[in-house]
Every structure is written in C-alpha cells, then in structure tokens.
Ligand binder design. Structure first.
Ligand code: UDP
Ligand code: MG
Length: 313
C-alpha cells in the first residue's frame, strides 16, 4: 500500500520545513510507503526554495511548480493528478490540519472497506460570529437548490481511495468547487470531526471578498437556481407595474384624481431597467462559464515536475 500526501502551497515558506518535520515525526515507522506531492501555486516568497531543499531528504517528494497562482482548487487537482498512492490525502501546508489526523484517516480507511473517503469536518469553529453566520447561510441556500449535498463545516482535508481520485480527475471543469465535486462523484464518505489548529506561520489567504467569491462559485457551479430568480424578479416587476397601472386608472376614472406626474414614470423606468440589468448579469454569469469551458483551457499549467532520486530505479 502507498499513500500520497497532496499539499497545495501558496506563500508557505515558513511552514514547509515545519510541515515536513511534522510528517516525518508522525509517520515514523509506519508500515506503508508514502510520498509527498507539493504543489507550489505561484508563491512569491521562498516556498520553492524551501521545497527544493526537501528533495535532498529521504522521503519521496514531488514538486509541481505552477507558472503562476492558479488558486487552491487548481493546486489540488494538479496534486491529485500527480499522485501515485492507493490512498491520497489532501492536506494544507500550514499545519492547521495535523498530519497525525491524516494518519488516523488512512488507518480508518484501511480498516473500513465500505468507505471510499474519510473527510474531516470542523465541529467547533474559531472564526468570528459574522463569518460563521454567513457560512451557515451559504450551506442552507446551496443545499436547498443544488442536487448535490453539501456538508456544513466539511473541509478539503480528506483521504480518498484511488478509484475516487480517478473519478474526481475525470471532472475537468475549469471553475472548480471541490467540496461539491467530492460529493457529486458519489462514493461513500465517512465524516470525522476535527479541530483546526492555529496556523504555524503566515496568514490565511482567505479574505471576506474571496470567501464571497468562493461561495458564488459554488452556487453557479452547482445550481441554475439564480437563473430562475431572475425570471421571478422579471415576472414580479411586470405584475407590479400592471397593478400600479390599474390603481392609477381607477384613481383617475373612479375618483377623478389627476394622473401622477412624470416623477413616478421615471422612478418605474429605473426600477425596470435595474431588474433587466440584473437578469442580464445573471445570464452573463453562466454564459461566461460556458465560454471559458468551451475554450478547453487546462486547469493548471505546471512549469516543471521535480522528483527526488527515491523515484528512480
Ligand atoms: N493555497 C493555495 N493557493 C491559493 C491559496 C491557498 O495553494 O491561492 C493553499 C495554502 O498554501 C494552504 C491551503 O491552500 O496550504 C489553505 O489556505 P489557507 O490556510 O490560506 O486557508 P484557511 O486555512 O484559512 O482556510
Ligand atoms: Mg489554513
């Protein structure tokens, strides 16, 4: 049996040596082979330099070095694609997800043949209340509209059996929302709770804006409900306009009120124009995705793939 650890890295120079040390310590004396597949996602700090140092070590290490920052989703895809193990674990480089838990996942998967995947989810979350509230909202909305089930608090920290990895790799879509893809491919997933540790070094790459963008990525990738919202909004605006017209007519002919002045006409014109623009924007969202996908761009471009001599022979 062989395990691959897939590690997306973006500006993690401070964490790489610590991560490597932690893996070495936690995996000491295990009765299976393992490799570490690092994906350097266009880091601007010394990440690549730190990674190259690891090629000297005695653990099989691969470095997929991106030509620029493609994002964690692409990095995970590249890592899976370049992994060789019968089991594959996706784990962050910042030690928030302990390698010891990864080992536990592998052991669990090895003893429970009925499962294809073990996924960690955060039971307690240390984020601030507003972020937790927004994330809860997101899961409520997406679970209502999408056919795929999204597990609240589930992370990308998972261990898969090879067939599930192959299934995920079959999904070559450009706009990736892995939490959805992991669930979409099916298979049996066992969820285990874990508590994320603090970052060993550096800062999280997620800003509020990025989280919002990510949430929308999930919604647009897995449901077409927003397209229906625009239809509903359009219908409502027409019904509203008709009611308004009827009220005006009754007021004028029934009760002899003069017709409203042009202010109200302008007001309505803008409302309707606004609705139209929003609808157009929504259609544009999907159109943009179709456009990019039909161009058949690769999900990532690796400048080079490095291996240490543990692979030769
Ligand atoms: N990451 C990446 N590309 C990016 C952003 C992040 O490969 O564009 C990696 C990052 O190096 C880390 C993991 O994804 O190993 C999770 O990122 P981060 O710790 O910033 O997210 P958080 O733990 O705050 O959710
Ligand atoms: Mg982190």
């Amino acid at each position: 049996m062989k395990l691959s650890l897939v590690v997306p890295c973006f500006n993690e120079a401070g964490n790489i040596p610590l991560f490597y040390k932690a893996v070495k310590k936690d995996f000491e004396g295990v009765d299976f082979d393992y490799e570490i597949v690092f994906v350097n996602d266009g880091s601007k700090d010394g990440t690549l330099r730190e990674l190259k140092k690891l090629l000297e070590g005695d653990i099989p290490v691969k470095i997929v070095n991106f030509s620029r920052n493609f994002g964690k989703e692409s990095a995970m895809y590249a890592g899976l694609e370049n992994s060789e193990g019968d089991y594959v674990t996706i784990i962050d480089a910042d030690l928030q997800q302990r390698p010891s838990i990864a080992l536990e996942m592998v052991r669990t998967l090895d003893s429970r043949q009925e499962y294809d995947c073990v996924a960690a989810y955060q039971q307690e979350r240390s984020e601030n209340k507003a972020v937790i509230f927004l994330k809860d909202m997101f899961y409520k909305i997406i679970n209502k509209f999408a056919d795929t089930e999204f597990r609240q608090g589930a992370s990308d920290f998972r261990t898969f059996r090879r067939p599930m990895v192959e299934a995920i790799l079959e999904m070559k879509e450009y706009f990736r929302f892995s939490k959805g893809l992991f669930s979409w491919v099916g298979f049996n997933t066992l969820f285990i709770p874990y508590k994320a540790a603090d970052r060993a070094s550096g800062e999280s790459k997620w800003s509020m804006l990025k989280l919002f963008a990510y949430a929308f990525e999930g919604i647009f990738a897995f449901t077409t409900a927003p397209l229906r919202i625009s239809t509903c909004a359009g219908a409502l605006s027409i019904v509203g306009a008709l009611i308004y017209l009827i009220v005006e007519l009754i007021r004028h002919y029934g009760f002899k009120y003069p017709f409203g002045n042009s202010t109200s006409a302008i007001f309505w014109m803008f409302i309707i124009a606004g609705v139209q623009l929003i609808c157009l924007g929504l259609v544009g969202e999907y159109l943009a995705r179709i456009y990019v996908q039909t161009k058949g761009r690769p999900i990532y471009i690796a400048k080079e793939i490095l291996k240490n001599d543990k692979y030769r022979g």
